[in-house]
Design a protein around this ligand. Sequence first.
Ligand code: G
Ligand code: G
Ligand code: MN
Ligand code: NA
Length: 254
Amino acid sequence: VTLERGLLRALERDEFVLHYQPQVDLASGRIVGLEALLRWQSPELGLVPPMQFIPVAEESNLITAIGTWVLDKACATLRAWRDAGLPVVPVAVNVAASQFAHQDLEATLRGVLEKHGVDPALIEFELTESLSMEDPEASIAMMHRLKAIGIAMAIDDFGTGYSNLSYLKRFPVDKLKIDQSFTRGLVNDAEDRSIVTAVIRLAHSLGLRTIAEGVETEGQLRLLAAQGCDEIQGYYFSRPLPEAGIVAMLRDGV
Ligand code: G
Ligand code: G
Ligand code: MN
Ligand code: NA
């Protein structure tokens, strides 16, 4: 079967799962968010990472249905955690370009939040710069409509797309995610360090929070803390984990 057919069946047979990676506040050391990361548990192929199927889903029109599944699952999980008395934190979901271009996204988001009775402030959308730049005016209008619902918004992989700063000023976003390619070079590459420093200053001067992705070492963490980066995400603290692992962390109040 083709991958596309497999993805359709995966939706029908409920073969997708969400893993969650903690986002940690550098000042308090506490988990202040989770990024939801999609995996496909295929009976034939095993655990398929998103890099192998998201592009296929984007090319077909399956990404909209998959994106809705992700949002629904994240909200259902947040509701279940709240009902279990766990201290919940906001969940960030990745939004694909074609999903974002879809006018139904606003209604889908409203519907899913209402269905599960989830506070909109507990959902964050991660958008890439390139997504936002495909049709900047339409993107800005959509961002404002989504913000009006009450969710948070972050620019993912910041610094790797078109960094059009005049648009960045107009995006109603809350957070910049420093791409892991810059984090990787922090300790040994003076230029990566300069870029990270500049991005943190830029973000703060625009009133935005910063999170560094792909933090793997204590050295990277120390440099980020010294530069005033707000949050970190990466293997240094935790890999993306299945729901049970995250529940244990939330319960222990990490
Ligand atoms: O989870 P991983 O570690 O492998 O993620 C790889 C890529 O897949 C990242 O660029 C991430 O943004 C993307 N990705 C993960 N989950 C989702 C999702 O639910 N929707 C979309 N559109 N992309 C996702
Ligand atoms: O593009 P996006 O930022 O949404 O995707 C995050 C990707 O980065 C996922 O594939 C996730 O598994 C991966 N990731 C998360 N933390 C680390 C890390 O510390 N090191 C590396 N190399 N990858 C990471
Ligand atoms: Mn992301
Ligand atoms: Na990223």
